[in-house]
Design a binder for this molecule. Structure first.
Ligand code: NDP
Ligand code: 8X3
Length: 249
């Protein structure tokens, strides 16, 4: 039977590319995000039987649970959960940070990941095997100037990934964490609140990773044999040596 993967944040960037890549490997995809029209486009692109769109905001725990509860029987045997939805909001010294930005990053990147995991876990347990792939970041391994709360949120993803692996090992559920460096997506547009010129400078002067690079890595991770778990992967552009050291020409 075709395996089912639920990918959060499938409306753009890493999540969108992952949905397409996993579909190409034969997975049926439950694709989630807030932008309904983009999920519909994905469904049109991949085919009605291949994609089940679920529109919800990961910050709303009731909406998350209702969305998962609403899945029809033929879409409930989820084997792979890719916890990808997330963003940075702002890039300011702590003394200038916006409380709304802080709330957004903690509510989406940390609490949202928890709400989705809590709602989907019974489905993974029902399938009696499962794989959770959390998208962390190099920002969860290091802290960089002005990254404060985003880095804290991704450090939390790192801690939760390790903790989930411990708590779920007895149930045979794999937990992997993918920690990318700089990937050219809508990430910086969101961080800089639609200032696309400023966002573009983040990816200039070197060759950044593309969403497809991360999608292929996620696909590799979830297609390993049953006894193999790639627990943590740090993946960087060749030009990047650390969160702050990038060889820009
Ligand atoms: P994008 O901005 O391109 O994609 C972010 C995705 O998250 C969108 O699909 C968006 O969907 C979804 N999302 C954001 N907020 C919410 C919300 N409240 N409820 C539901 N879905 C939400 O960025 P990326 O693809 O780059 O980011 C994906 C993940 O990768 C994030 O966790 C990010 O932290 C991480 N990452 C990114 C790196 C990079 O350099 N780009 C590097 C390391 C990690 P919608 O707006 O439709 O709701
Ligand atoms: C995204 C990469 O370096 O902007 O997590 O934090 S970085």
């Amino acid at each position: 039977m075709t395996k089912i993967a639920l990918v959060t944040g499938a409306t753009s960037g890493i999540g969108y590319a992952t949905a397409i890549e996993l579909a190409s490997k034969g997975y049926r995809i439950i694709a989630t995000g807030r932008r309904k029209e983009r999920l519909q486009e994905l469904k049109q692109k991949l085919g009605n039987s291949q994609v089940y769109p679920l529109v919800f905001d990961v910050r709303d725990k009731d909406a998350v649970q209702q969305a998962i509860d609403s899945l029809p029987e033929e879409w409930r045997a989820v084997e792979v959960l890719v916890n990808n939805a997330g963003n940075a909001h702002g890039l300011s010294p702590i003394q200038d940070g916006s409380l709304d930005d802080w709330d957004a990053m903690i509510d989406i990147n940390v609490k949202g990941l928890l709400y989705v995991t809590k709602a989907v876990l019974p489905l993974l347990q029902q399938a009696q095997k499962g794989h959770i792939v959390n998208i962390g970041s190099i920002a969860g391994q290091e802290v960089y100037p002005n990254g404060n709360v985003y880095c804290a949120s991704k450090h939390a993803v790192d801690a939760l990934s390790k903790a989930m692996r411990m708590d779920l090992v007895q149930q045979g559920i794999k937990v992997s964490e993918v920690n990318p460096g700089l990937v050219e997506t809508e990430f910086s547009d969101v961080r800089f609140k639609g200032d696309t010129a400023k966002a573009a400078t983040v990816y200039q002067g070197y060759e950044p990773l593309q969403a497809q690079d991360i999608a292929e890595l996620i696909s590799f991770i979830v297609t390993r044999p049953a006894h193999v778990n790639l627990a943590e992967v740090l993946v960087l552009p060749t030009a990047q040596a650390s969160a702050t050291i990038v060889n820009k020409q």
